[in-house]
Design a binder for this molecule. Structure first.
Ligand code: HEM
Length: 506
C-alpha cells in the first residue's frame, strides 16, 4: 500500500513538473537533438566518460549543429542545453545572456566572486575597475617580466635539447605562472626554479580537483564530496592559496599606507601616472578607490582569478603552436626567417620587436582558431530569447557557445576550414564575415580582459624559444593537423605537448 501511494505521488509530481515546464519542452521540440539522445537521461551518458571522450562528444555535437543551421539541443537529465555555433546567434547570446552557468560554481570556493564567474550584479562593478588595469599602455609595461621569464624558460629547456620527446607543458605553465604572479601581485613565486613551491603545488592540485568535480557527478554534492580523500586536499590547497594572497595584500596595503603618510598631499586615488612601476594589485587598489574601495577578500578574489585565468590558457596556446610548428617544418622555417630578420641574436628581445613579428602573430592566431584554449562558453538563459536565426531559447535553459565550432565552420572559413594555414590571417586575405567567426577571447561585455596581455606573453615566449631551438616531431602528412585534445576546464592536448628540441646554431 505504501509503495503504491509512493508510486502515485511520484507519477503526479512528474506530471505536474512537466506541466509547469511545458513551454520549455514545446520550444525544445523544434530544435534538432544530437544523434543518439536517450530518453530521460538525454546526453548524460556521453558526458560521463574521460575528459577526451567529453571533448569528442562536444566536437561531434558542434559538427551536428553546423549541419542543422548552427544549433542543436541536448537534455542533460532534466536540464536543457542548446549548443550554438552560428556566429550571428552567438553574438546575440554573448551580448545578452551575461549570467554564467551553475557548472562554474566549483571554482567559487577558490576565487569567490572574482570577475570571471561572478553573478552579473557583482561582476558589473568589478569589470569597470578591471578594464583600465588592462589598458594597452599598462600591459606594454609587463613586457620586461615576460622577457625575463622567457630567458629563464630557455635555460630550463637547455638540458632537454637533443634528448628526444618530452612534455614541454610543465615548463610552459611554470613560465606563465611566474609571469602572472609577478604582473598580478609583484611577487616572484619561482615556479620555474622550484616546482615544489607551496603556491604552485596547491594551485595545480586545487584546479585538478575542481576539474574532477565539474565532470564527475558523484563529486558534485558537497556532502558526498566531503567523504572523498580529495576533500581534505582541496581544503588544504585553498587555505595555502588564500593565506599566500592575503599576506601579499597586507604587505601591499602597508607599503601604500607608508607612501601616503610620506606624501599626504598626493591624491593616490585614480593616480595612475606612475603606472610603469605598478602591478595589477597596485592598480586594483587605486582604481577601486584605495582604502574605501576593494576589501581584502575582494582583492584576493580578483588576484586569484587573474592568476588562474592567465596561467593555463597561455601555456596551452604556446604548447599547441609548438606542436603545430613541429608538424609543419616549412611554416616553422618561415617563422625562424622572420625572427632572424627582426631580432638581433646578440641582444635580448625588446618590446618593439614583438610588434614587428607579423608572421608569428598569424601563426598564433591560426593556432588559436584551430585549438582555442577555451572552446566553449556556457551561459544561462534567464528570459526567453529569440535568436537572429529565428529560434527561440526558453528561459531556464543553458546555452553553450561553441567557439570551437564557429572557428571550423566552412560557411565562414571556406572548404579548407580544417587546414592549418596561418596566411589566412593576412590582411588582404582575411575577410571575417562576422566578428564571432573568430573569437578565441569570446565577444561581448564579458569577453576576455587579458587578450592583449596574453598575445604579448605568448609572442615573447615563442620568439625566445624558436630563435634558439628547432621544434621537431612527427611531420603531418596533410594540411589538417591531428592533435588529440581533452576538456579539462580548458582544452588541452592529450599527450601533454610532447615535442623534441634541437639547438639552433646562431
Ligand atoms: C590565450 C589566452 C587566453 C584565452 C584564450 C582566454 C579566453 C577567455 C575567454 C573565452 C573568456 C570569456 C568567457 C566568457 O565569455 O564567458 C575569458 C574571460 C576572462 N579572461 Fe581570459 N583568456 C586568456 C588569457 C587571459 C589572461 C592572460 C588574463 C589575465 C591575466 C585573462 C583574464 C580573464 C578575465 C578576468 C576574464 C573574465 C572577464 C569577465 O567576465 O568580465 N585571460 N578569457
Amino acid at each position: 500500500m505504501i509503495a503504491y501511494t509512493l508510486f502515485v505521488v511520484v507519477v503526479l509530481w512528474i506530471i505536474l513538473y512537466r506541466y509547469r515546464r511545458r513551454r520549455m519542452y514545446e520550444l525544445a521540440s523544434v530544435i534538432p537533438p544530437p544523434r543518439g539522445e536517450l530518453p530521460v537521461i538525454g546526453i548524460a551518458s556521453y558526458l560521463a566518460g574521460s575528459s577526451e571522450d567529453i571533448m569528442l562528444t562536444l566536437q561531434r555535437f558542434s559538427y551536428s549543429a553546423m549541419e542543422n543551421d548552427g544549433i542543436i539541443r541536448g537534455w542533460l537529465n532534466h536540464i536543457l542545453y542548446l549548443l550554438i555555433c552560428n556566429p550571428v546567434d552567438s553574438e546575440m547570446i554573448l551580448k545578452n545572456c551575461l549570467e554564467k552557468d551553475d557548472l562554474h560554481r566549483f571554482l567559487r570556493k577558490v576565487i569567490g566572486y572574482g570577475g570571471i564567474f561572478a553573478p552579473v550584479s557583482i561582476w558589473r562593478r568589478r569589470r569597470k575597475i578591471m578594464i583600465p588595469a588592462f589598458s594597452p599602455k599598462i600591459v606594454e609595461n609587463f613586457f620586461e617580466v615576460f622577457s625575463e621569464n622567457s630567458v629563464n624558460l630557455l635555460e630550463k629547456l637547455e638540458n632537454k635539447s637533443g634528448t628526444g620527446y618530452f612534455s614541454i607543458y610543465p615548463y610552459l605553465t611554470a613560465y606563465t605562472l611566474d609571469s602572472v604572479c609577478e604582473t598580478a601581485m609583484g611577487v616572484k613565486v619561482n615556479a620555474q626554479n622550484d616546482s615544489n613551491s607551496p603556491f604552485v603545488t596547491s594551485l595545480n592540485q586545487v584546479l585538478d580537483i575542481v576539474c574532477k568535480r565539474i565532470f564527475h557527478l558523484w563529486l558534485q554534492p558537497d556532502w558526498l564530496f566531503k567523504l572523498f580523500p580529495h576533500y581534505s586536499k582541496h581544503e588544504a590547497g585553498i587555505k595555502i592559496l588564500h593565506d599566500f594572497t592575503d599576506d601579499v595584500i597586507q604587505k601591499k596595503r602597508a607599503e601604500l599606507k607608508k607612501e601616503k603618510d610620506i606624501q599626504p598631499e598626493v591624491d593616490v586615488h585614480y593616480n595612475l601616472k606612475d603606472y610603469r612601476k605598478k602591478n595589477l594589485l597596485d592598480l586594483l587598489i587605486s582604481l577601486s578607490a584605495c582604502e574605501k574601495g576593494y576589501t581584502d577578500v575582494e582583492l584576493r578574489e580578483e588576484i586569484l582569478t587573474l592568476s588562474i585565468a592567465g596561467t593555463d590558457t597561455i601555456a596551452v596556446n604556446i604548447g599547441y603552436t609548438l606542436k603545430l610548428l613541429a608538424k609543419y617544418p616549412e611554416i616553422q622555417e618561415k617563422v625562424y626567417d622572420e625572427l632572424r630578420k627582426v631580432l638581433d641574436a646578440k641582444r635580448p628581445i625588446i618590446k618593439d620587436d614583438i610588434q614587428k613579428l607579423k608572421y608569428l602573430e598569424r601563426v598564433v592566431k591560426e593556432s588559436l582558431r584551430l585549438f582555442p584554449p577555451v572552446p566553449f562558453v556556457i551561459r544561462k538563459v534567464e528570459t526567453d530569447i529569440t535568436l537572429p536565426s529565428g529560434r527561440m531559447l526558453p528561459s531556464g535553459s543553458g546555452v553553450v557557445v561553441s567557439i570551437w565550432g564557429c572557428h571550423r565552420d566552412p560557411k565562414y572559413w571556406g572548404p579548407d576550414a580544417e587546414h592549418f594555414d596561418p596566411d589566412r590571417f593576412l590582411p588582404e586575405r582575411l575577410n571575417l564575415k562576422h566578428a564571432c567567426s573568430f573569437m578565441p577571447f569570446s565577444n561581448g561585455p564579458r569577453n576576455c580582459v587579458g587578450y592583449q596581455y596574453a598575445l604579448m606573453s605568448i609572442k615573447t615566449a615563442l620568439a625566445t624559444i624558436l630563435l634558439n631551438y628547432k621544434v621537431t616531431g612527427e611531420p603531418e602528412k596533410g594540411p589538417i593537423p591531428h592533435i588529440k585534445v581533452k576538456l579539462n576546464v580548458i582544452m588541452k592536448a592529450v599527450d601533454d605537448y610532447q615535442v623534441c628540441l634541437e639547438k639552433r646554431k646562431l
